[in-house]
Ligand binder design. Structure first.
Ligand SMILES: Cc1cc2nc3c(=O)[nH]c(=O)nc-3n(C[C@H](O)[C@H](O)[C@H](O)COP(=O)(O)OP(=O)(O)OC[C@H]3O[C@@H](n4cnc5c(N)ncnc54)[C@H](O)[C@@H]3O)c2cc1C
Length: 383
C-alpha cells in the first residue's frame, strides 16, 4: 500500500505514551516513517500508573497489528483478572477468581512493561525526547509548523496529537477542554513482601471497598506492590484546602485514616501499610461525545481525543485509535486527509460508547448504595 509520495510525507506524533508509541510502531510495520516527539527527557511510562487490563477487542487487536501479540500473551498476568468487592464493613460482595485453565480476555500488564515492549520494537532514532510541543501553527498548504520548548522547530504534513489529557494539538480542532469530574483521588503504594496478609486479602488482581461516597481500591502490580487509590467526591479545590500535607507521607496517611474511621480494619490497612509517596490528583474528562470538523494535516488519538475517567478502558482505546489510524493511513496510501476523515468517523462511534461507560461507572462507584449497584453491574460481565 505504500507509494513514494506517502513514504516522503512527514508524520509527527506528539506524545510517547501507549497511544503514540503504538502508532509509530504500526506505521513502521507498514513501511511508513514517523517521528515521535515526547516532552520528557526519557521514557517515564513506568512512573505514570500501574497495571492495565488489555482487552481482546481493542488493546490486543492493536498488539496483533504491531506483531507483538504472542510476546504480550507470554508475559501478561491472566491471574490479574481476580476481583474482590467489599462494602465499608468488610462484607464480601464479589469474589471472582480467574480460572487458570480458561485464560480470560482481559489479562493485566504493567504500563512500564507494555511501553517497553513497544519501545524495543521501534527503530532507533524514531523518538525524540526532551521535545515539548508549545504550539502547532497551520500554514495555507495544510502543513503545520511545530514549535518546541527547546527552541527547535519542524514542519509536518500530518501532526497527530497523542499528548494526553491537556493536549497542545487539540485546540487546532476544537475548543473543548478537559473538565473536573467532581472526583479527586489519592494514590498510595504497599510492598506485599512486607505485608503478605494484605496480598492475601487483596487477591491476585483488584480489590474495591465502597461506601459513604468514597472508595478504596487496591491493584496488585507485576512488581509485587499494591497500588492503592482513595477516591472522594470533592470540590475542585478540596485538595488545596483539606490541609492534608501530601509532601509528608506519614502525617498525610494519618490524616487520611480519619476519613475512614468507621471502615473495617482490613480496608483501613490499605492506608496504614502504605509506604513511599502520597500523590493527589483530580480526575478530568472531555465532553462524552466530542466531535470536530475534520481539518487537513491534523488529528488526535487516545486521551487527547476522548479523555474519560479511569474506570473503563482508556489505554485500550488509545491503542485501538493508533491501530485504526495507522491502517487508514496505509489504506489511503498518500491521501492523508481522506485517511484522517475515515479514522475520525470510525473512532467517534466506539470512543463515545466507551467514554459514557467510564463516566457512568465512576459515578456509580461513589453513589448511594454503590456496592449493590456495582455488584449488579459486574455480575453481568462475570457470569
Ligand atoms: C490514576 C489512573 C489510573 C488509570 N487506570 C487505567 C486502567 O486501569 N486501565 C486503562 O485502560 N486506563 C487507565 N487509565 C487511563 C490511561 O492511563 C490513559 O487512557 C492512557 O494512558 C492514554 O494514553 P495516551 O497515549 O493517549 O496518553 P498518555 O498516556 O497521557 O501519554 C501522553 C504522552 O504525551 C506526552 N506529552 C504531553 N504533552 C506533551 C507536549 N506538549 N509535547 C510532547 N509530549 C507531550 C506525555 O509526557 C505522555 O508521554 C488510568 C489513568 C489514571 C490517571
Amino acid at each position: 500500500m505504500v507509494d513514494m509520495a506517502s513514504k516522503e510525507q512527514r508524520i509527527a506524533i506528539i506524545g510517547g505514551g501507549p497511544g503514540g508509541l503504538m502508532l509509530a510502531l504500526i506505521l513502521q510495520k507498514k513501511g511508513i516513517r514517523s517521528t515521535v516527539y515526547e516532552r520528557e527527557i526519557s521514557d517515564t511510562n513506568a512512573l505514570r500508573g500501574g497495571s492495565l487490563d488489555i482487552h481482546e477487542d481493542s488493546g490486543q487487536l492493536a498488539l496483533r497489528e504491531a506483531g507483538l501479540l504472542e510476546q504480550f500473551r507470554s508475559i501478561a498476568r491472566y491471574e490479574g483478572q481476580d476481583m474482590r468487592l467489599f462494602d465499608k464493613h468488610g462484607k464480601l460482595f464479589i469474589n471472582n477468581v480467574a480460572d487458570d485453565n480458561m485464560p480470560g480476555s482481559r489479562p493485566e500488564i504493567d504500563r512500564g512493561i507494555l511501553c517497553e515492549l513497544l519501545l524495543n520494537a521501534i527503530e532507533p532514532g524514531r523518538i525524540r525526547y526532551g521535545y515539548k510541543l508549545i504550539e502547532a501553527l497551520p500554514s495555507d498548504d495544510g502543513k503545520h509548523e511545530l514549535h518546541f520548548e527547546n527552541g527547535h522547530t519542524d514542519i509536518a504534513d500530518l501532526v497527530i496529537g497523542a499528548d494526553g489529557a491537556f493536549s497542545r494539538v487539540r485546540p487546532l480542532l476544537t475548543d473543548a477542554v478537559a473538565e473536573y469530574t467532581g472526583i479527586s483521588r489519592i494514590d498510595l503504594s504497599i510492598d506485599t513482601e512486607v505485608h503478605p496478609e494484605l496480598a492475601a486479602f487483596n487477591s491476585r488482581g483488584s480489590m474495591f471497598g465502597l461506601g459513604d461516597h468514597k472508595a478504596i481500591s487496591g491493584q496488585l502490580n507485576g512488581d509485587g506492590r499494591i497500588r492503592v487509590g482513595l477516591s472522594f467526591r470533592a470540590e475542585r479545590d478540596w485538595l488545596d484546602y483539606c490541609g492534608i500535607p501530601f509532601g509528608q507521607p506519614e502525617e498525610a496517611r494519618r490524616q487520611l485514616l480519619t476519613y475512614f474511621d468507621d471502615w473495617a480494619e482490613p480496608l483501613k490497612n490499605y492506608i496504614r501499610c502504605a509506604d513511599g509517596d502520597v500523590t493527589a490528583r483530580r480526575i478530568y474528562t472531555l465532553p462524552i461525545v466530542l466531535r470536530w470538523v475534520s481539518k487537513p494535516g491534523v488529528t488526535l488519538i487516545g486521551d487527547a481525543a476522548h479523555l474519560a475517567p479511569p474506570a473503563g478502558d482508556g489505554v485500550n482505546l488509545a491503542m485501538r485509535d493508533a491501530a485504526e489510524l495507522a491502517l487508514s493511513i496505509d489504506h489511503h496510501s498518500g491521501e492523508l486527509d481522506k485517511a484522517i476523515e475515515a479514522y475520525e468517523h470510525n473512532m467517534y462511534t466506539y470512543s463515545s460508547e466507551s467514554a459514557r461507560m467510564s463516566y457512568d461507572n465512576i459515578q456509580l462507584m461513589l453513589s448511594d448504595d454503590a456496592v449493590t449497584k456495582i455488584k449488579n453491574l459486574l455480575e453481568k460481565f462475570l457470569v
